[in-house]
Design a protein around this ligand. Structure first.
Ligand code: DHE
Length: 595
């Protein structure tokens, strides 16, 4: 295979990426809306939306769709019980991510019966069929929903919303299993794995993770997890690995066992994306926390058994208009290193909660008003400040986790920031910065994070540079590295989505820094599919960076390892067990919040 590297000066903005973003957010992206003719996504786009990885990025509540709704009594117009259940399933899978489980609106419009009945059946039917320039897909004309299904959904929306089940202590305990009790677990590491350099790799569509050795690149073990497992997090000691599925199932994996295996599991709700474990001194490995999309709540669990201890609802008031929101989803959660606290980001209310676990019984929660639509984020290099994207508001909220206060909420410098956990490095001109890329624009922004020695730059976007285009999800560097990598897996152009851009950090001192393009998809040796390249993750030493080449479930995927010094291909992991690899979590870097 012949590696090719291209040097690019400046890339043209990728207007085409807007369709993906609109589908993702269910809304218009300011600025882009003006450049775009008001058109609905084409049938081809919608087909991609349904069948491709980028399509799967659309917020969905597909697990919720499998639950029969509790209130299935039709009001107007009449729907049979079977019709109501079918419509509820379609609603939770396709609509609830944007319009809300209870149809009160989120990034999409509210669809409560008072509004839908005013609009009327024909209006709803046509809206569902043809979509809207504001981002509503044309479900009918694209063939995504049949004529009968469009009619069903229009009638369904005239009825009272289905009420999905709540999930309290009783339900959690019924779904909680300690497979290996603590007393029967090993007292020391029993295997020969170099745990710190192990990668936990999400195998999205097979509901598994692969544990891959950082040294040999060999798949050591595959472990069954929740449905479309979303992230892995590692306990402070490095012994326990936590995964969370979209179905809200949390697996606790003991990495000391031979082979590593799930020692406890629990279902914490119907839909979830986040899990974390206590890291403050004196509380290492003691607690775990999972946040759910449905029901809107978080649960604090015992760190060694996952026994649910305290469930707290996130229903409450929005940060700006101070209205009650009935279903604010829990997005990113991180564990503070400065206090015995979890930082819980509540998406729809825009509140950041500092949940103090020193005394679980008399739980103290500091509520920090930030900005709506909080999604993902990470610490600065000192691990004191937490920066999180309010993605649909194009802003970044910054919290001082030592003093427990909001530092500021600032414009991100681009459209729809999506940092993952972000990237920390020392900028040649501005000192320590944290960076984010964007879903909706080619912008990569750097925010000053040192309020002591570089006060004039702190909490400001000190520089923006253009990458390959929009559709970026993750940015990455490492304290040992001189490079900064930006993926673009949701870019509509296959060449862009299957490659990554790399900036030399020292070049950021220049007026218009150049970047190098690494054709990771081509390097994988796979010729089928769009080969979307997603989420760089370093090995423990920061000498190599791993990228997933993410194809659909029926196509071949791979992991490509790049030598960070030379930017050359180091190795390719191809194995039929690598089904849709996406997130990768190096044990050492994840447990120490190195990014
Ligand atoms: Fe993610 C992190 C939510 C789609 C891969 N994703 C997160 C977090 C949230 C979230 C709230 C932060 C967790 C934390 O730090 O505690 N993701 C969502 C969605 O709601 C969304 C948009 C749609 C959905 O229905 O799930 C979504 N995410 C995706 C994907 O399609 C991705 C690309 C592939 C996949 O595996 O599903 C994807 N999300 C990831 C990854 C992280 C993540 C790899 C962790 C990044 C990290 O470095 O920590």
């Amino acid at each position: 295979m012949k590696p090719t590297i291209t040097i690019i000066r400046k890339a043209a903005p990728a207007i085409g990426v807007v369709a993906a973003i609109l589908l993702y957010l269910g809304t218009t992206v300011p600025g882009y809306a003006q450049q775009q003719p008001p058109a609905s996504p084409s049938p081809a786009d919608l087909e991609k939306h349904r069948t491709t990885p980028s399509g799967q990025y659309e917020p969905s509540l597909d697990k919720l769709g499998e639950k029969p709704p509790e209130r299935a009594e039709p009001t107007a117009p009449t729907l049979t019980k079977a019709e109501f259940e079918q419509a509820s399933r379609i609603y939770f899978e396709r609509c609830a991510g944007c319009h809300g489980v209870l149809r009160k609106g989120a990034t999409g419009k509210a669809l409560t019966p008072d509004l839908t009945r005013k609009a009327g059946y024909e209006y709803l039917r046509d809206f569902i069929s043809y979509g809207s320039p504001a981002g509503m897909p044309n479900w009918g004309t694209s063939g995504e929903l049949s004529k009968g299904e469009v009619d069903l959904m229009a009638r369904y929306l005239l009825n009272e919303p289905a009420q999905p089940p709540e999930f309290g202590l009783k339900e959690m305990k019924e779904n909680w299993k300690v497979i290996i009790p603590v007393a029967q677990r090993p007292k020391r590491k029993m295997n020969n794995l170099d745990i710190d350099n192990l990668f936990s790799v999400t195998l999205r569509d097979s509901g598994e993770i692969a544990l891959i050795s950082g040294a040999t690149k060999k798949i050591e073990h595959i472990i069954k997890t929740g449905y479309a497992v979303h992230i892995s997090r590692v306990s402070a000691s490095g012994r326990y690995l936590f995964t969370v599925g979209r179905d809200a199932k949390v697996n606790l994996i003991d990495l000391w066992m031979d082979p590593p295996q799930t020692v406890a599991e629990i279902k914490t709700g119907a839909e979830a994306r986040s899990v974390e474990t206590s890291k403050f001194k004196g509380f290492e490995d003691k607690y775990a926390i999972a946040g759910t999309y449905w029901p809107p709540q978080y649960v604090i669990m015992d760190g060694a058994t996952l026994e649910p201890l305290k469930i707290v609802s996130t229903r409450g008031m929005t940060v700006d208009t101070q209205e009650f929101h009935p279903e604010p989803r829990v997005a990113a959660i991180v564990a503070s290193h400065h206090n015995p606290e979890f930082v819980v980001n509540v998406k729809e209310t825009g509140q950041i909660l500092l949940v103090n676990y020193r005394d679980i019984k008399n739980l103290k929660v500091t509520v920090i008003p930030a900005e709506r639509f909080l999604h993902d984020g990470g610490f600065d290099k000192t691990r004191r400040y937490f920066l999180v994207a309010a993605n649909a508001r194009h802003r970044i909220a910054i919290v001082d986790t030592k003093e427990g206060r909001l530092v500021d909420v600032i414009g991100s410098g681009g459209q729809t920031p999506h940092p993952g956990r972000g990237a920390n490095f020392v900028h040649p001109k501005y000192g320590p910065v944290w960076g984010t890329s964007h879903l909706g624009s080619e912008t990569i922004s750097f925010i000053g994070t040192d309020p002591v020695k570089n006060k004039q730059h702190a909490w400001k976007v000190v520089q923006t540079v253009d990458g390959q285009g929009g559709g970026s999800l993750f940015i990455k560097t490492h304290p040992q590295s001189e490079n900064l990598y930006i993926d673009t897996p949701l870019h509509p152009d296959a060449e862009v989505s299957s490659s990554v851009a790399v900036f030399k950090i020292k070049d950021l001192a220049k007026e218009e820094p150049e970047f190098t393009v690494l054709p990771i998809g081509q390097w994988s040796g796979i010729s089928e599919g769009q080969r979307r390249v997603v989420q760089g993750e370093y090995n423990k030493d920061g000498t190599e960076i791993w990228f997933s080449v993410w194809n659909s479930k029926v196509q071949e995927s791979a992991i490509v390892v790049v030598d960070d010094k030379t930017l050359k291909l180091k190795s390719v992991i191809r194995d039929k067990r690598l089904v849709t690899p996406t997130g990768k979590f190096n044990v050492y870097n994840t447990r120490n919040d190195i990014y």
